[in-house]
Design a protein around this ligand. Structure first.
Ligand code: UDX
Length: 442
């Protein structure tokens, strides 16, 4: 089929590249000409494992092209996917202006029946509203389908081929079948529903997962008080298939471009509809507080953080991505800067990003070794494979004081014991903890 994808951000590019990979003919359009030039050269503007190889492959076989020209992209296509950004406004509402502009541009250009698909995450009711807008700008027949995205950053290509479901919200069977056909090569189960329900499925799914994370983080904080181990508790409850083992990894809270934004948007939607979402509101508050457990642990261990040399490992909001949106690392760094700590950071991929106020004021190390050398405390924020595989014994050798605060429970407690480091993690007993009285004596 002939497909157009509007927007070459994360979702749009992954969608376009993988549709081309399974044999469709794809044009991707974006208003950003610099980005389009990069993509034409086979360069991906962000880090996503496996994406560049697929991009290069499909540029070479001619199934994938890039343009900034609306006429070329929108005329005589079977399906037009809209995958532009829908950022948060200050009050949590969703800014759908880019999406609306894109759809109006599409409406003005189409010359025959076209299926327009909204891939962007949009508030419930958007499909209906936008349908009316399109009708104002074209006399061509069209259908507007909602087809939300469930990809995870860092494993998007894997997820495309191993998805749990494709959700298609359409008014008419013809359009629903067209979108289902597109996805056939991926072999993913398809769930057909109405557009409003499809829109809400996306938010409700992300909010549920976010709630699961906040729940286990609260249980982790309780474990610390009660002397239990959250890894064991999570495993024990996850064995119940009604609960499931996934998304029970205690840590410093969720970040990224989806969970924080989508939970805020759903809370805003509920408020507007005069319906309380108390569980989600609590999950969101728990998440805002969770990064501060690191600061509390540091403050308990050191009388003052002023001048303390702290190494922070992992900046991206999760492994296998360079995305810093709503990254927990930034919250922690800001707090430590305010407390006067001397900070050195290391991330396997994020390196001196421009225009970030917090990161402009920290030193970047070229390796874990360099970050840890001479440090008096270290914090593991993102569980990159390289960071998880780094031997704890090296912390003991490199650091001035081997105080390790592991915000992602990367190491078994027995390893910390063996390495002789002072080790604090999330929801698990401390290892070789130094009591304040012992510290005062030193
Ligand atoms: C998420 C959804 O998983 C995906 O379906 C949706 O399309 C977009 O939002 P993503 O944000 O890429 O994907 O990452 P995900 O792997 O879900 O992790 C989100 C955050 O939750 C990360 O900060 C991660 O560290 C955190 N997390 C995840 C936990 O703290 N514990 C867990 O058990 C799982």
């Amino acid at each position: 089929m002939q497909i157009t994808v509007v927007g070459t951000g994360y979702v749009g590019l992954v969608t376009g590249v993988t549709f081309a990979e399974v044999g469709h003919e794809v044009i991707c359009i974006d208003v950003d000409s610099t980005k389009i030039k990069m993509l034409k050269r086979g360069e991906v503007p962000f880090y996503e494992p496996g994406l560049q190889q697929l991009l290069v492959h499909n540029l070479a076989n001619g199934r994938l092209t890039f343009t900034t020209d609306g006429d070329e992209a929108y005329r005589l296509r079977d399906v037009i996917y809209v995958a532009v950004g829908t950022p948060s406004k200050a009050d949590g509402a969703v800014d759908v202006s880019y999406m609306e502009q894109a759809v109006v541009d599409v409406a003005k250009a189409i010359e025959e029946y076209t299926v327009i698909v909204i891939k962007s995450t949009v508030p419930v009711g958007t499909n209906e509203r936008v349908r009316a807008m399109v009708a104002q700008h074209t006399s061509c027949p069209f259908d507007l389908v909602s087809n939300p995205e469930f990809l995870r950053e860092g494993s998007a290509i894997y997820d495309i081929y191993h998805g749990d479901r494709i959700v298609i919200g359409a008014e008419h069977e013809r359009a629903a079948e067209t979108v289902a056909m597109l996805h056939k090569p991926f072999g993913t189960p398809i769930f057909h529903t109405d557009p409003r329900s499809a829109e809400l499925i996306k938010y409700a799914a992300n909010a549920f997962l976010a709630t699961k994370i906040s729940y286990i983080n609260e249980i982790a904080n309780l474990c610390e008080r009660l002397g239990a181990n959250v890894d064991a508790v999570a495993h024990g409850i996850g064995l119940d298939r009604r609960i499931g083992a996934q998304f029970l990894q205690a840590g410093l809270g969720y970040g990224g471009s989806c969970f924080p934004k989508d939970t805020r948007a759903l809370l805003h939607m509920a408020e507007t509809a005069q319906s309380d979402l108390r569980v989600l509101a609590a999950a969101s508050t728990v998440n805002e507080r969770q990064p501060y457990v690191v600061i509390e642990k540091l403050k308990k261990r050191f009388s003052s953080l002023r001048g303390l040399r702290i190494a922070l490992l992992g900046l991206s909001f999760k492994p296998n991505t360079d995305d810093l949106r709503e990254a927990v690392s930034l919250v922690i760094l800001q707090e430590l800067q305010a407390a006067g700590a001397s900070l050195i950071v290391y991330d396997p991929v994020v390196d001196h990003p421009k225009g970030n106020r917090v990161l402009e004021q920290v030193m970047f190390a070229g390796s874990i070794d360099e970050a840890l050398s001479g440090a008096e405390a270290s914090i593991i924020v993102t569980e990159w494979e390289e960071i998880k595989a780094f031997p704890l014994a090296r912390y003991k050798v490199l650091m001035k004081e081997a105080v390790v605060i592991d915000g992602r429970n990367c190491y078994p407690l027995a390893k910390a014991e063996k390495a002789g480091v002072e080790y604090y993690s999330i929801g698990r007993p401390a290892v070789n903890e130094q009591q304040p009285s012992q510290l005062l004596k030193q």
